[in-house]
Design a protein around this ligand. Structure first.
Ligand code: SAH
Length: 365
């Protein structure tokens, strides 16, 4: 079987080298060639033995993704549609700001979660991405964005593209490890953020396996409303989710869990909602990102007015909840939160997709 080395983290590569009878320092060398120098021809890997180079050429590959579209919006947000081997496509977005550049990557083709407001959820679910396909988004965009002037265009990575990363746990964790490893991308744990709709067992496992910054898509301060907006709440209700977040934040004194809260007009944006939100966050080192809702074709939801977003924010700030209102970026090229749809065939049943019931696969997790 031909192994794609792009998807091998330190553990996998070290095991592979041990099987070949190679010394363990080969792992560092190969990781640097692939991830830092972007070399794909094994013959150029000059510090490896000839024999190892030949073995790798015959038995492995370094295979990235092909961009089928590449659009830049007025605010310089850039979105690529990247094609996978099976013809499916996922979206990756780069958001440049004055002092940082954030890459938003996908973890699944589509999403099984059916959140009522989200374009990705409405498209249905096709499959999990492999570790290689997740890391290929970083590998590809770094080489697209690097210039002589800008050596490290990406300062932060967020798993906030298509999919629910904690429902693709086994493939996502090695990808996170590659983002953090000094021989590949060397990001600090605080600069890599995994966003989840609230898959509690995944949050707990992540804390032991590979703690990175955590963001939770909350969107509602009580179970009744959250059950409607984020149906996985029926399986993992708010009280349990908050307990898991509090435990996560205890990992590091400096850590705060980010709570994402979309502002949808007349749905979740009243002062009563804001006060409830303060109450449920009271025991957790947290910060709140208020996200003005981005319109999705076919959905009736509307964005809250600037005044109601400001009023909501002021209630949180008055109770010492750290709060920022997120600027909407890339809206006109459909690269904003919840607008990523990729290109693929829906493998979930339409009835499940459009109904309020959760797919069995999600409930069984
Ligand atoms: N499944 C994970 C990762 C996706 S992150 C999660 O739910 O966190 C994508 C973020 O965009 C989530 O916070 C999601 O709730 C938010 N989002 C989805 N649709 C949106 C929309 N139409 N407008 C603004 N934000 C949206």
């Amino acid at each position: 079987m031909n192994v794609n080395l792009l998807g091998c983290d330190r553990t996998a590569l070290t095991e592979y080298m041990a099987d070949l009878g190679e010394p363990s320092y080969r792992t560092d060398q190969i990781m640097k060639w692939i991830h830092q120098r972007h070399v794909t021809d094994f013959n150029e890997m000059s510090d490896l033995s000839k024999q190892l180079r030949r073995h790798l050429s015959e038995n492995t590959s370094i295979k990235g993704l092909r961009a089928v579209s590449d659009v830049v919006s007025q605010d310089r947000t850039r979105k690529w549609l990247l094609e996978l081997d099976d013809g499916n496509c996922v979206e990756t977005v780069f958001i440049p700001e004055d002092s940082r550049g954030t890459l938003c990557i996908s973890s699944q083709v589509g999403c099984s979660l059916t959140c009522s407001f989200c374009a990705t959820g409405r498209q249905g679910f096709n499959r999990n991405l492999t570790t290689a396909e997740i890391i290929a988004q970083v590998w590809f965009t770094i080489s697209e964005l690097s210039t002589d002037q800008i050596k490290r265009p990406i300062t932060n990575i967020v798993l906030m593209g298509m999919g629910e990363p904690l429902l693709n746990y086994e493939q996502v964790v090695p990808a996170l490890r590659l983002m953090l490893d000094d021989c590949s991308y060397g990001f600090s744990r605080r600069k890599v953020t995994l966003s989840t709709a609230g898959v509690i067992p995944g949050i707990k496992r992540l804390l032991t396996d590979c703690p990175v910054s955590l963001a939770v898509s909350l969107h509602a301060p009580d179970d009744e409303l959250r059950n409607q907006l984020v149906p996985i709440n029926r399986k993992y209700p708010i009280a349990d989710l908050m307990a898991a977040c509090a435990e996560y934040a205890r990992h590091d004194r400096r850590w705060r869990v980010t709570f994402e809260y979309i502002m949808i007009k007349d749905v979740n944006d009243s002062l009563r909602h804001a006060r409830k939100l303060v109450r449920i966050l009271s025991d957790i080192p947290s910060k709140v990102n208020l996200i003005p809702y981005n319109s999705v074709a076919g959905l009736d939801y509307e964005r809250s007015s600037k005044e109601s977003i400001d009023r909501f924010r002021d209630v949180l700030l008055a109770s010492d909840v750290m709060t920022i209102t997120r600027k909407t970026r890339g809206d006109e090229v459909a690269a904003a939160c919840g607008q990523l749809v990729g290109r693929f065939k829906d493998r979930t049943k339409r009835s499940i997709r459009l109904g309020t019931a959760l797919p069995d696969a999600v409930l069984a997790e």
